[in-house]
Design a protein around this ligand. Structure first.
Ligand code: NI
Length: 184
């Protein structure tokens, strides 16, 4: 089932999301719905708060990039209760966008390597270092679980530049090809 994507201004995007227990109701269905919703919106990642749920669940699909990055052929994952323990490596700039911020694309600086723990879709525990593009996507998505959006990382000047677009979102004026839920 395709879920509406919550857009900037929705309070759930600013909440601290909670870890879930393994008996969280209909988890398999939720993961399936989140994958379907992300695919329909052409996203590479989607966090549960973006579909209105303040829980620590994220889905990622990097297979769509595998023409350019063959290492991601067939890469589709779920991350349950993820936590970043530490970061390392250089700060790298890369342009980001977000399904909850339609029409905004800005360069964001993030560390290149992260040490993460999470459960996969089979509730197996992982404790690993991740780097490069996947580390970038994970940091963006896991930020959502702490109520952070990528625009929070921008300079005061860049924030000023996108103020108009954010204002329109608060007024319910969004232009995108997928189903959204705005505050108005
Ligand atoms: Ni996002």
């Amino acid at each position: 089932m395709i879920l509406p994507i919550y857009v900037y201004g929705q309070p759930v995007l600013r909440q601290d999301a909670e870890d879930i227990t393994p008996d969280y109701p209909n988890l398999k269905q939720l993961l399936s719905d989140m994958h379907e919703t992300m695919d329909r919106a052409d996203g590479v990642g989607l966090a549960a708060p973006q579909v209105g749920l303040p829980i620590r669940v994220v889905v990622v699909n990097l297979d769509v990039l595998s023409d350019d990055m063959p290492e991601f052929k067939g890469f589709r994952r779920a991350y349950i209760n993820p936590h970043i323990l530490e970061t390392a490596g250089d700060l790298v700039s890369m342009e980001e966008g977000c399904l909850s911020l339609p029409g905004i694309h800005e360069s964001v600086k993030r560390p290149d390597k992260i040490h993460v723990t999470y459960l996969d879709e089979n509730l197996q525990e992982h404790d690993e270092w991740v780097e490069g593009y996947l580390a970038r996507v994970m940091q963006h998505e896991f930020d959502h679980l702490d109520g952070t959006m990528f625009i929070d990382h921008l300079s005061t000047l860049r924030k000023q530049m996108i103020k108009g677009k954010l204002g329109n979102m608060l007024k319910g004026k969004t232009r995108c090809a997928y189903k959204v839920k705005t505050v108005k």
